[in-house]
Design a protein around this ligand. Sequence first.
Ligand code: F6R
Length: 241
Amino acid sequence: MIIRLFDTREELDQYAAGLFVELLSVKPDAVLGLATGSTPIGIYEKIVDSYNKGQVTFKDATTYNLDEYVGLPRENEQSYAYFMNHHLFRHIDIPAERTYLPNGLAADPAAECARYDGMLLSRQVDIQLLGLGHNGHIGFNEPDRELHAGTHIVDLQKETLEANARFFASMDDVPKQAITMGVGSILKAKTILLVVKGADKAEIVKRALQGPITTEVPASLLQTHANVIVLLDQEAGRLLH
Ligand code: F6R
């Protein structure tokens, strides 16, 4: 595991974006695993900057997102499909038909999970971007006594619902379920890029990276992966020894 600490978020975002740009320069048809949430927004901005400067093209790339809320149409501003389009896809030259997210409106959610897993089995993700939940979740794999390997429907935990509530008019509007890649799907990526920012995540960063491996801290399973790059700002990394 490579851990890098950055003095500013600007430097961190630039570095992370550079990893995607470099990968695409040597492998134009790379498969990118993407995340939503506040953490990657600055990284997507830097990727778009590089695209605008002609430093990278996505015309042969494919993307798979980690997760999507159940019940929100793509046009809903809080859906992850909307987020990805807003922050990245509409600004770059990636063909829309090669940007995959789970379909949160699927009539048969179990079939949708199987369909998504089938796609993930057919092509390995080259680099999987991950944020970290305050409770240690990756994707929406919440702390539990058992975790799922494959894509599945998850009931979001109270802490996650509360964290998400800031984006919705009321707590009642916050989706209670999501479709998420499982930890097995995530760990199949060739490289995992975990990005964490902020003092409020310092405790969980320490538990995830230097604590025991446990399903109660899903991100701790990343310790079993051979090729993990962790990018932290000083605040998020302050408890690491
Ligand atoms: C998002 C996702 C989540 C977030 C995590 C951190 O696709 O899978 O695991 O990465 O909840 O969210 P932020 O970045 O908003 O702190």
